[in-house]
Design a binder for this molecule. Sequence first.
Ligand code: GUN
Length: 293
Amino acid sequence: MQLIDGKAVAAQIKKEIAEEVGRIQALGGKIPHLAAVLVGHDGGSETYVAAKVKACEEVGFRSSLIRYESDVSEAELLACVASLNADADIDGFIVQLPLPPHINPDRIIEAIDYRKDVDGFHPVNVGRMSIGLPCFLSATPAGIVELLRRYRIPTAGKRCVVLGRSNIVGKPIASLLMQKAYPGDATVTVCHSRSEDISALCREADIIIAALGSPHFLKGDMVKEGVTVIDVGTTRVPDPERKSGFRLTGDVDFDSVAPKAAFITPVPGGVGPMTIVSLLRNTLLAGQKVVYP
Ligand code: GUN
């Protein structure tokens, strides 16, 4: 069994991005500038956004954090998006999700200029991804693809089961794994809450991407020997022994699955650290106008 060390890969990619920023600086070019919009005080969102801002600092990007209270109106938030779209100094920006219930996230995402949508959530980026055109890939699918690539995990002709059909993980990673490219060319099955006999489907799989948000869902008796397992789950489970009061728990029962796996990601330290570097990479590409010249 080989552990897929997302933390180490992410650190390496951050180093590569920092070197690129150094080259841009030496040539007198524009330093990439990411803006993040945070609404309210959700604990998870606060943590994620702080980590994104810190990662920008680490690689030498500029970053701006724009905060609103949770009673901000949809109109105010749309005005903020419009001003970021128009601001030539901002190369890319994100609006952290979830948003309060009175705000329609689809309306906000669609208002973002797709050329600055470094989250890759805008329908233009999602659509372009699904037909294999240059686009901003969303952070988690991009992170998974990069891990498969860096560990040279074969995907062509392999049976791949994706657990979960979310718009931000399940659907895009299924789409990427079936496209005519590496890592792709896989035979992909997507399982969800209405799927029957998920265990039997998983036992046939060479690669399993678990993105359900259901702690320890995938057990050792549901996988075959030699499987590659990518665990996207990050559910906060109460843990009084931790200072934070919780621990992050994946969708995979690591102790029973790992002994049968050829490759497996841990939680934490697997996919999680990769998501932020995917965002950094998109911001670098946005600044260099590589995807949308
Ligand atoms: N909430 C959870 N993950 C994400 C993400 O990748 N981007 C944004 N904008 N919100 C999130």
